[in-house]
Design a protein around this ligand. Structure first.
Ligand SMILES: [Fe+2]
Length: 236
């Protein structure tokens, strides 16, 4: 299925729906099968092997984070959406419909976490970090002064987020910004286009770094960030 491909493709991300459409792959309608219907939402494949991010992120962390936590959000979403008319809708539609609704907190949390994690996996790559693509650098320098200042801003947001949440590089009204969100929340609910994210829930790093979140954040920024993915999402 075409949308099961990795999302780092300009041809796809350059469409109007961009990364959002790709992330809807978890919401592709299930085709009827002979024995019983397949789940409406499926766990999207990792874009690399579980050990590909070592030594920064261990295969053990990936096994739990992707194989247990991300899968649980998908499983919960299937359970919560069953019979509601929402099953199989793009995750963005479920997120938009359930955001800030007191009667849909669990639905929002699981749909948003399904989206966030799919986006996070692609925000990282083996051999990442380094220098952002030339097309992105002027935007970084305009917003932050330098690439190093951008990295420091992202690190400060990720390290300083109190409790569970996410640090993001976003495009907001044509300008790059670093923002952070709490728990499952994400920039889409605020009209901002995510470019990159770093998961700072403890499950993202505790097996490898215990309470040293700053060490995890620094290593991710230096060695794993997928700046090409950011540039594709920024459409620059
Ligand atoms: Fe996570």
């Amino acid at each position: 299925m075409a949308l099961q491909q990795a999302p780092g493709r300009r041809a796809f991300l350059g469409t109007a729906a961009g990364a959002a459409l790709w992330l809807a792959l978890g919401g592709m309608p299930a085709r009827a099968r002979a024995a019983q219907p397949a789940p409406a939402f499926v766990l999207p494949p990792l874009p690399y092997a579980e050990n590909a991010l070592e030594p920064v992120i261990s295969a053990s962390t990936m096994g739990y984070h992707y194989g247990k936590h991300h899968r649980a959000y998908i499983d919960n979403l299937n359970r919560l959406a069953a019979g509601t008319g929402l099953a199989g809708l793009p995750l963005e539609k479920i997120i938009a419909a359930s955001a800030e609704r007191a009667d849909a907190v669990a639905l929002f949390n699981n749909a948003a976490q399904a989206w966030n994690h799919a986006f996070y996996w692609h925000s990282l790559r083996p051999g990442g970090g380094g220098t952002p693509p030339a097309a992105l650098r002027p935007h970084i320098e305009a917003a932050f002064g330098s690439v190093d200042a951008c990295r420091k801003s992202l690190a400060a947001a990720a390290t300083g987020q109190f409790g569970s949440g996410w640090a993001w590089l976003v495009m907001d009204g044509g300008k790059l910004r670093v923002v952070r969100t709490t728990n499952a929340d994400l920039p889409l609910t605020k009209g901002m286009q995510p470019l990159l994210t770093i998961d700072v829930w403890e499950h993202a790093y505790y097996l490898d770094y215990q309470n040293r979140r700053a060490d995890y954040v620094e290593a991710v920024i230096d060695k794993l960030l997928n700046w090409d993915f950011a540039a594709q999402n920024a459409r620059v």
